[in-house]
Design a protein around this ligand. Sequence first.
Ligand code: ADP
Length: 281
Amino acid sequence: MVQYTEVGKSNLIGTDAPRPQDKNPKGVDRIIAVASGKGGVGKSTVSSNLAVAMASKGLKVGLLDADVYGPSQPRMLGVSGRPSSPDGNTILPLRNHGVTLMSLGLMTSEEEAIVWRGPMLMGALQQMMNQVDWGRLDVLLVDLPPGTGDVQMTLSQKFFVAGAIVVSTPQDIALMDARKGIDMFKRMDVPLFGLVENMASFICDGCGKEHHPFGHGGARAEAEKLGAPFLGEIPLDLDIRIGSDGGVPIVVSKPDSPQAQAFQRLADQIIASEQYARAVQ
Ligand code: ADP
């Protein structure tokens, strides 16, 4: 099998040397993990807005909702209906806002709890990665469950993850768990794109002043301490909440708003990063 054709890599032409991305689902160039230490910090909101922002830049983007305990991406991207499998083997994902989506939430009802042990979760992740017909993707974002469990480990070990984005709110209690997530990725040899501070500030409708209900600057300070990039702040904002919970992310509903621009800047930083370029050799 011919592996490389570029000048300078000719020593590898004709060899069977595997490339790291050969571990990825067919057609998928890069896998980017979106993680958090705690639940409820806005990891899924960041994932969906980032996916839509990347797609708006002309990239082919997939989103795998691997938050098996609370799959919320079908709602956040306004997708419903069961994915079909015409051949009984490959699953055809659904699409909205320019993003290809697969989620366990599409296979279960919104009220149904997923009561599974580790091996079942690991199997489900691998199935959703490998048995879904993703088509050709520049990026597959994986919205992970919070914490450092089986799903995170399986993703890091079985696939080639280009890097992880860790989302946290600014307060110590969330950052404490975010730190554990970062440590886990380090141990699994997954590079870190950086930290995002969500719910960083709030502009009051009444007085117009900026408030910081969860503190301010905690994730930036933590990133500095870890020598990791700080990827920016996303405000706590009613329109972000309405967009996420209503199936039209703010990047689509109000693309010119400062909030949507914050997600666009996040996408720009990821695309311009060394890890992003390095993932495809
Ligand atoms: P996680 O994936 O970390 O559990 P979610 O993305 O599901 O968190 O967010 C939890 C709730 O907070 C959702 O209702 C979402 O709409 C809301 N939310 C997330 N980020 C923001 C934000 N920046 N401003 C306002 N609401 C937000």
